[in-house]
Design a protein around this ligand. Structure first.
Ligand code: NAD
Length: 343
């Protein structure tokens, strides 16, 4: 099989995971990564044999650090069939003119404004609509979590209304300077938070309001959600549908004693998952409660890894490499993504 050439521009929390995932795909080749600072992540990429490209002004800095550089980011983009842009919030948009001028397809992340791309993407919701689109934005971690749940619930009964509270992790584990360390901060204090608007970039016309707070934790986000669906639903039907949906897993707290984000992460560590990543949405089974047409639930979102499979599928959608089901299956198989119960 001829492999498509993929470049990853921005090699941080998301970029390094997407780069590793690309290296596991049978139909993709990682041609290199764009990196501006010669930090420990660059040293590790170099040790892994990943080609590093940087901006002209920083070539000297990399040389000083003893990190091999293959060329400029522009050289990398020229060589690629598609670029996955995983640079920090807002930086991706500044690279769009380069991708455009070289005629390259590109993916952007949730930190960019929706209008940077032709479509915002979540594999379970709108893979088919994204087929052949030159510029695709993979929505943020929280939005990806919400969309997986909403689009799956839609299969049981049409979702008419969503009310959700997002308890956000304050920082990723590596982010030494971010807080808060002793506070829970409305994010923002006004309602709604931007997450509702972001969900609407993928599924149109749904009545959704979200609120968000930041909590002093680095492990995962946790959402509490109430959905109003068209027809009365049965708790068992919801559980069975979730058990049969890849990228959503259930944790039964009564049976397994796993009843917090800390314990979910510990299970992932004990399972030997790489970087303790959990790209699946983890639904607390005990929290699923129905009241007529209302469904209540709580779930954890591992912010560092949930968008990784979405990026892989978005590459295939953009370049028309595979249909939805096939792409999701190949991505899940190669990344060891589970369905069913966590334990
Ligand atoms: P990060 O800061 O960990 O990584 C960004 C990388 O880009 C760094 O390696 C940095 O050196 C590099 N970079 C900075 N300026 C650059 C430039 N001009 N050219 C090339 N590379 C440059 O950021 P991240 O957390 O991986 O976030 C990347 C994107 O993914 C953002 O849009 C963010 O909103 C989104 N996202 C982040 C998370 C998360 O929890 N971290 C989850 C989902 C989506």
């Amino acid at each position: 099989m001829e492999k498509v050439k993929v470049a990853v521009n921005g090699y941080g929390t998301i970029g390094k995971r997407v780069a590793d995932a690309i290296r596991l795909q049978p139909d993709m080749e990682l041609i290199g990564v764009g990196k501006t600072s010669p930090n420990y992540e660059a040293i590790i990429a170099d040790k892994k044999g990943i080609k590093i490209y940087t901006v002209k002004d920083n070539l000297g800095k990399f040389e000083k650090s003893g990190i091999r550089v293959a060329g400029t980011i522009e050289d990398m983009v020229k060589e690629a069939d598609i670029v996955v842009d995983t640079t920090p919030n807002g930086v991706g948009a500044t690279y769009k003119p380069l991708y455009q001028s070289l005629g390259k397809n590109a993916l952007f992340q949730g930190g960019e404004k929706a209008d940077v791309a032709d479509i915002s993407f979540s594999a379970l919701c709108n893979y088919d609509e994204a087929k052949g689109k030159k510029y695709i934005r993979v929505v943020s971690c929280n939005t990806t979590g919400m969309l997986r749940i909403i689009c799956t619930m839609n299969k049981i009964s049409k979702v008419e209304k969503v009310r959700a509270t997002i308890v956000r992790r304050a920082a990723d584990p590596k982010e030494v300077k971010r807080g808060p360390i002793n506070s829970i901060v409305p994010d923002p204090a006004s309602v709604p938070s931007h997450h509702a608007k972001d969900v609407l970039t993928v599924i149109k016309g749904i009545d959704i309001v979200t609120m968000a707070v930041i909590a002093p934790t680095t492990l995962m986000h946790l959402h509490t959600m109430v959905l109003t669906v068209k027809n009365k639903v049965n708790r068992d039907d919801i559980i069975n549908t979730f058990l049969n949906t890849p990228r959503i897993i259930l944790v039964n707290s009564s049976r397994t004693t796993v009843s917090s984000t800390a314990e979910i992460i510990e299970v992932s560590r004990d399972m030997g998952r790489v970087r303790y990543d959990i790209p699946e949405v983890v639904v607390f089974e005990d929290s699923i409660y129905t009241n007529g047409n209302e469904v209540f639930l709580m779930y954890g979102v591992h912010q560092e890894s949930i968008v990784v499979p979405e990026n892989i599928d978005a590459i295939r959608a953009s370049l028309g490499l595979m249909g939805k089901e096939e792409s999701i299956k190949v991505t899940n198989d190669t990344l060891g993504i589970m369905k069913g119960y966590l334990l």
